[in-house]
Design a protein around this ligand. Structure first.
Ligand SMILES: NC(=O)c1ccc[n+]([C@@H]2O[C@H](COP(=O)([O-])OP(=O)(O)OC[C@H]3O[C@@H](n4cnc5c(N)ncnc54)[C@H](OP(=O)(O)O)[C@@H]3O)[C@@H](O)[C@H]2O)c1
Length: 272
């Protein structure tokens, strides 16, 4: 995907945070965009914001209510989206949620909902759209996290979903290569979004202390790195220095990464 001008982009979770920043950036690059999420008012407001970033009056923008965790709903809404808009050139799976807490406090229902929203959602959209996308090629970009390659205190359900996204995407990438469909995974670090604010309400002190070791990023910077990565057909896209450093350190010196985290956790424990 060398050029986003006149391309059709589907973005789940496009009404807020990283998804919205990505949609705004793509609107400035001449794309036609549909965003999907559950809350109608936020969707409409986001669509108008994205429209304001358009560079041509021929660009099309739309929004559709969708629950990515519900396969039947995804099937119905995505097929309608194709009817209205045509087959996407790029599918961005950005919808997600995080409610960090200690393992014992996380209910089975929360685990189930996290897996459905973060992981099954991607299976749902890809399985419906791929038969259409295969005909013309394109790009699928899934959103994981730094917590998709480092297990972080307080994120047992979230890490399970985000690690799985990387495995799923790696296997899919290999399968789709012959069809001219490229796949990438975005692994953002902590990013100042409405979702991050929600996350902070339940974060254990240990998790907050670990987060404080890295710099908070802003959604527009994450979106820039995301789009640059897609243009370069990178598989793993990690915005910012801290995230890249963590990825290299985890690969080369995993013991060091866990030593730093364990030390941080111990310090918090001593203060309690
Ligand atoms: N912010 C961070 O620090 C950070 C770090 C690493 C990774 N990430 C990942 O980046 C992605 C975006 O995060 P964000 O911080 O930008 O979140 P955000 O501000 O909370 O936005 C989440 C978006 O997903 C939508 N969404 C949530 N559940 C949905 C569902 N069941 N069906 C359809 N849409 C749904 C939300 O809209 P509705 O609620 O209206 O449905 C909203 O548009 C997520 O996958 C997140 O895990 C974020």
């Amino acid at each position: 995907m060398k050029d986003f001008d006149n391309k059709k982009i589907f973005i789940t979770g496009g009404s807020s945070g990283i998804g919205l920043a990505t949609a705004n950036l793509l609107a400035r690059k001449g794309s036609h965009i549909i965003i999907f999420a559950r809350e109608k008012e936020r969707l409409e407001a986001a669509k108008n914001e994205i429209k304001d970033n358009a560079v041509s009056k021929d660009q099309k923008f739309s929004c559709m209510q969708l629950d990515v965790s519900n396969h039947k709903n995804v099937e119905k809404v995505m097929l309608n989206a194709i009817k209205e808009f045509g087959t996407p050139d790029v599918l961005i799976n950005c919808a997600g949620r995080a409610y960090p807490d200690h393992f014992e406090t996380i209910s089975f229902e929360q685990f189930d909902e996290t897996m459905k929203t973060n992981l099954y959602s991607i299976w749902n959209t890809v399985s419906v759209l791929l038969p259409h996308m295969r005909k013309k090629g394109g790009h699928i970009a899934n959103v994981s996290s730094i917590a998709g390659f480092v297990g972080v205190f307080g994120f047992t359900d979230y890490c399970a979903s985000k690690f799985a996204i990387i495995g799923f995407s790696e296997a899919l990438k290999s399968e789709l290569k012959p069809d001219g469909i490229t796949v990438s995974v975005l692994c953002p670090p902590d990013t100042a979004t409405p979702g991050f604010e929600v996350e902070n309400r339940t974060k254990p002190e240990e998790t907050k202390a670990i987060s404080a070791n890295a710099k908070l990023m802003y959604p527009d910077k994450v979106a820039e790195a995301f789009i640059k990565g897609i243009i370069k057909e990178k598989f793993l896209i990690i915005p910012g220095f801290d995230g890249k450093f963590t990825h290299i350190a985890k690969r080369l010196f995993p013991g060091l990464v866990y030593y730093i985290m364990d030390r941080t956790i111990k310090k918090v424990g001593k203060k309690k």
